[in-house]
Design a protein around this ligand. Sequence first.
Ligand code: FDA
Length: 516
Amino acid sequence: STSNSISTDNFLQCLSSHLPHHSDQNDPVSSEIILTKNSSSYSSLLQSSIRNLRFLNTSSVPKPEIILTPFEKSHVQAAVVCSKQNELQIRVRSGGHDYEGLSYVSDSLPFIVIDLVNFQSIRVDIEEEFAWVEAGASLGELYYKIAEKSRVHGFPAGSCPTVGVGGHFSGGGFGTIFRKYGLAADNILDAEMVNVHGEILNRKSMGEDLFWAIRGGGGSSFGVILSWKVKLVRVPPNVTISHMGKTLEEGATSLFNKWQTIGSQIHEDLFLHVTTEVSESINGTDKTVKVSFTSFFLGSAENLVSLMEENFPELGLQLGNCTEMSWIQSVLYFAGYSADDPLEVLVNRTINAGFFKAKSDYVTKPISLTGLEGLWQRLVQGEGSFLIWSPYGGRMSEISESEIAFPHRRGNLYGIQYLVYWNSENETDNHIGWMRELYSYMEPHVSKSPRAAYLNYRDLDIGMNERFVNTSYSKASTWGLKYFKHNFKRLVRVKTKVDPCNFFRNEQSIPVLQSR
Ligand code: FDA
């Protein structure tokens, strides 16, 4: 519309006055930083990190007027100042893995995307055991850079190498060593961000409230995170992995039932996680559920086997099921590669996009056998589902709920991620409907008041901000308490203080307290 083009024209003018060196439209640098819908690389850049094909559709998905790909901090500062001045909403994208596409799709038009694709540098200091990581770097790049310098250092974050550290660290971030070391967000020492006034802040100048909020509260409500300083952790030269799958006919339910009580109690060096998927049963005609137990152990195969004999003899884990490898090889393994693949695959940004919908839950009391049977039945009736069950406990139970904004700590046996994948757009409604039914079936079996959820597995079904008015505290509590529990109140206070006009907003951003 005309008003869209006026505000984007004014925005571009403002930008060129703030970037005097690149003010000429024909300047190659400015044409690289600023992509309008007419730019030849607009579409390929927009699509480059889209992970969920639900948000790729060309006609019905709203598109940004402009994509900015800043090279320097000053470009980000100018982008914030100029979009605020012209009432353009911004979306910030690091790795683009947001489950609901919030980093590049918005219903509030017009909007622009700041894509941090050129903020990827990583500086690892092994001696002092820290790294500075720019927000557009991926997990795979961080792991790769650490491994280049040391075999006995790692970082506790997620398994998928193409996930961006901008979104992931600000929402929590967990992976194979989080029972030992906590979340990515628990290991952040400092951060650099651009606030609503276009100023660059670090931990000291932002103050402890804001620094607390961006560790688990999501970065997108508070500003543009430029980089993180993270604490590296120590890993042994060899770790051990094992994998065992059982179908329902092979006794998966009773093994799973035992796992429910020991997964979070077992030694923190062991991450024994479970996945469930539908597979063919032995007779080849029926479908069954296959439950897979995958161990990651910070130690030798021998020690893993004796730990399992002590705690979970029913699984029957033996040395022959175990493989010893370096920590970085285990990263390859959990990323879906072979442990012998070259490490360079970790820095490959090519994305396997698909259609998917996900939801999450936390479980504080073991699910009953009848509860499990009903769940298996539903999985068999559906198609394309994959559930990931992650044991908590260990270090996660030692850190207090209010230490950082991420609240899911002591008392949780495990977290569940429900995923469903499909291949074409016309199946979307069916699969989303199936997922919603599954979620309502699970209600009596999972955490209550609030029914908890993990921010990084974003789910807009649990509630959204209103589009044109300020969302009230009580309305936002429907999802805010699920994601943040008691920390939601403090997040709202911090938000009200640092961004009272609610410039940094999206469908599930932290609302501003209204003054009466
Ligand atoms: P993206 O760029 O889409 O950003 C996500 C959100 O953060 C958006 O709201 C965005 O605006 C905001 N944001 C991004 N960069 C910002 C910045 N610099 N400043 C301010 N706000 C910013 N999680 C986990 O804990 N463990 C795991 O193992 C996995 N594995 C996994 C696998 C796959 C295939 C997917 C798709 C996702 C995961 N996740 C995960 C979930 C992941 O942690 C979550 O999607 C993150 O938010 C992704 O961060 P990105 O930067 O990639 O996303």
